[in-house]
Design a protein around this ligand. Structure first.
Ligand code: ATP
Length: 371
């Protein structure tokens, strides 16, 4: 395999391969980088896997700038000639309970034992880095074949039980690359979803995975569609409502740019508390800290048309008068100042109000509150 890095990066990789030879370890690219290169894409982040202890290896090299070390995982973030490179030690992981974060059982294992902890065959291909800048492919799960076929396959039948967020990672790859889950994977997923174990589920990892899934505007609604239709929501809940037409409509109504953010909030946030009073002042006060995304999600969850009144008519209303202006006008310090400002706001929020400018506000105050 060939990898098209620029000359500077090639030189760094070559030097690292020479250092690995000197230190007596094998180093690899693995995961997304290898998958992307095999799919004809340019490599992005550079992560290097060390078959052994990455921390000891990195510490032995004088041209590497260490940025941080994570001892429990055997990982090191570095900077080499201005390029960020992350190093990881090969490791064995164990899942004591479905969905929880795995324990590191061993740091510095054989490459094969590291590859088996990975999600899909397409992400479990390693490319050994040689000083000649040839890359020797290690593909024990036939990931190359699955890339060609466009198929997502886990490495063992307990994989989705160990980590159900792999279903969502798979959905992301499926939509990004136009791949499909293998028939066997479809069965494994549906079998997990019949009896999902949410007790030990790592919320952090769910949020991280959903963030990745909804990071693209173009794919967000397709992801929601599958999340709902294929029952992937059962990883998190018993029930889930998604109406694509309603979403598309709401996205237009609230002029939403970040569709993924709406989807994410719609999934993760509890149903909101609805407002009882319908006065325009109450609506304004209720929604005044809401972003357009918040309003859109609230509308989708409650159908409350007050969100639209706020978005279309109230959101941009501002009172220019300050308490100090009222004191200058001769009003006395105290509760009355707040009351007057509230009345000004209420008057400005009224339909067809003619109070627009600072001068209009002053006029209104003088007319309404006699000194
Ligand atoms: P991309 O960054 O393009 O989305 P990636 O595969 O590099 O793809 P990462 O989330 O950075 O995505 O993961 C790096 C590698 O770590 C994966 O390729 C995979 O081998 C492994 N991995 C990540 N998450 C999991 C998981 N939940 N279970 C098993 N292996 C995982």
């Amino acid at each position: 395999m060939q990898i098209k890095f620029n000359d500077k990066t090639n030189q760094i990789i070559k030097n690292l391969a020479l250092e690995a030879k000197r230190f007596g370890v094998k180093i690899y690219f693995v995961g997304g980088l290898v998958r992307d290169v095999l799919m004809g894409k340019a490599p992005l982040d550079i992560d290097i896997l060390v078959e052994g202890n990455a921390i000891d290896f990195v510490k032995s090299i004088d041209f590497v700038g260490i940025k941080s070390i994570h001892k429990d995982f055997g990982t090191v973030k570095t900077e080499i000639s201005g390029i960020d490179i992350d190093f990881a030690s090969t490791r064995i992981e164990e899942y004591p309970k479905s969905g929880c974060l795995p324990h590191v059982a061993k740091i510095g294992c054989d490459i094969k034992d590291d590859l088996i902890r990975r999600d899909f065959t397409i992400n479990a291909i390693a490319a050994r880095i040689l000083p000649s800048l040839d890359y020797e492919i290690i593909d024990i799960f036939n990931g190359c074949d699955d890339i060609l076929k466009g198929v997502l396959k886990v490495l063992h039948k307990n994989s989705y039980i160990d980590d159900p967020t792999r279903i969502l990672r798979g959905l992301d790859f499926k939509l990004r690359f136009n791949f499909i889950f293998s028939p066997e994977d479809e069965k494994l997923i549906q079998s997990y979803l019949k009896n999902p174990d949410r007790e030990g589920l790592s919320k952090d990892r769910v949020v991280l995975t959903l963030n990745k899934l909804f990071s693209s505007n173009e794919r967000a609604l397709a992801a929601m569609e599958d999340f709902s239709r294929c029952g992937y929501y059962k990883i998190l809940f018993d029930e889930f409502l998604f109406d694509r037409e309603k979403f598309e409509n709401a996205i237009k109504l609230f002029d939403i740019k970040d569709i993924g953010k709406v989807c994410l909030k719609y999934i993760l946030e509890a149903p909101p508390v609805e407002i009882k009073s319908k006065s325009r002042l109450e609506i304004y006060k209720h929604f005044k800290d809401f972003s357009d995304v918040d309003l859109c999600v609230y509308y989708l969850k409650t159908n409350d048309k007050n969100t639209l009144i706020y978005h279309n008519e109230l959101k941009n209303v501002k009172v220019y008068l300050k308490g100090s202006d009222l004191l200058n006008l001769g009003y006395k310090q105290g509760k009355i100042i707040g009351d007057i400002l509230d009345k000004v706001l209420e008057a400005k929020l009224a339909k067809n109000t003619d109070i627009v400018s600072f001068e209009d506000e002053v006029e209104f105050v003088k007319r309404t509150f006699k000194l």
